[in-house]
Design a protein around this ligand. Structure first.
Ligand code: ZN
Length: 290
């Protein structure tokens, strides 16, 4: 049993409109679900992905206008990398007014979240095809490396100084994890502009249950299975402190909207539908992409 790659990444944002305009307008991702934070229904949960909401392309945000800014540091996911066609790097460098170096462009979103574009694949045009991977910053790397290799089935594919590069065994999309070993760096602080957690894929609910049992046997403190409406989730903290999730591919985003209408209306889970009027009154207005 191996982890095939990343399912989604969830981060914290400030103003929801600015976040929406950047990810749909500047980066060209699709808003595939407009919903609320199930644990805090007065705030949005915005899901961006490819048009179909394919696992491995999904970046989600909890926007908290006016919340304090976080600090990048150890025990965190400190960079999220997308993959773009090799021939589009000049286009992106100009569009983002950032430098392209060694097939990578590093930049930040409007809240200071570190992002990268990585040249990969022959794809037509300029569109982002999903995640390349993420970077974890750690004060030590051995225990995290063991989890990735011995438990998740990743393999070490490169090392540059204090950066250890891992890839999922089958090496498909969204399959890269870099571990930065930074024993002298400050620890990160959660807040606007930081990643909240990174979720890995389980292809089925049965496989997720196997992961829950396996991680429990290996003495990770795993949560019960939680219903996130569009997938089912378990969470645990990896040894370096980064919050990991394992999320199921099914049922996906077309459970409560038609596949060609994803992200066009505020969707609420059944247990919050009775509070819709109140929730819509509290949520800040949002201008959706056309
Ligand atoms: Zn998640």
């Amino acid at each position: 049993m191996n982890i095939p790659g990343i399912h989604h990444v969830t981060a914290l944002a400030g103003d929801p409109q600015r976040n929406l305009d950047f990810y749909t307008g500047v980066l060209g991702l699709h808003l595939v679900k407009l919903t609320v934070n199930f644990d805090d229904p007065g705030t949005y949960h915005l899901y961006y992905a490819d048009a179909a909401g394919t696992p491995g392309t999904i970046l989600t945000f909890f926007p908290w206008p006016g919340a304090p800014k976080g600090r990048q540091g150890t025990g965190q996911t400190t960079s999220v990398a997308f993959r773009v066609p090799v021939d589009s790097m000049a286009y992106w460098a100009e569009r983002l007014q950032a430098e392209s170096m060694d097939g990578r462009i590093a930049f930040e979103d409007p809240d200071g979240l570190p992002l990268e574009l990585v040249a990969g694949g022959e794809g037509e045009g300029t569109a982002i095809s999903g995640f390349h991977g993420v970077t974890l910053s750690e004060s030590g790397y051995e225990s995290t490396a063991q989890l990735l290799t011995n438990t998740f089935g990743y393999r070490l594919v490169g090392r540059e100084g204090n950066r250890f590069r891992y890839a999922a065994a089958d090496g498909g999309a969204a399959s890269h994890i870099d571990v930065l070993c930074q024993p002298d760096a400050r620890s990160g602080a959660m807040g606007v502009g930081t990643v909240h957690h990174v979720a890995f894929r389980a292809e089925t609910d049965d496989i997720q249950r196997e992961w829950q049992a396996k991680l429990t046997r290996e003495r990770h403190n795993v949560t019960p299975i939680l219903d996130r409406q569009y997938f089912h989730s378990i969470y645990f903290r990896e040894p370096g402190g980064v919050l990991f999730e394992i999320a199921t591919d099914p049922p996906g985003f077309a459970t409560d909207e038609k596949p060609d209408r994803l992200g066009t209306h505020l969707k609420l889970p059944p247990w919050l539908e009775k509070d819709r009027t109140e929730i819509e009154r509290i949520l800040p207005p949002l201008r959706l992409p056309r």
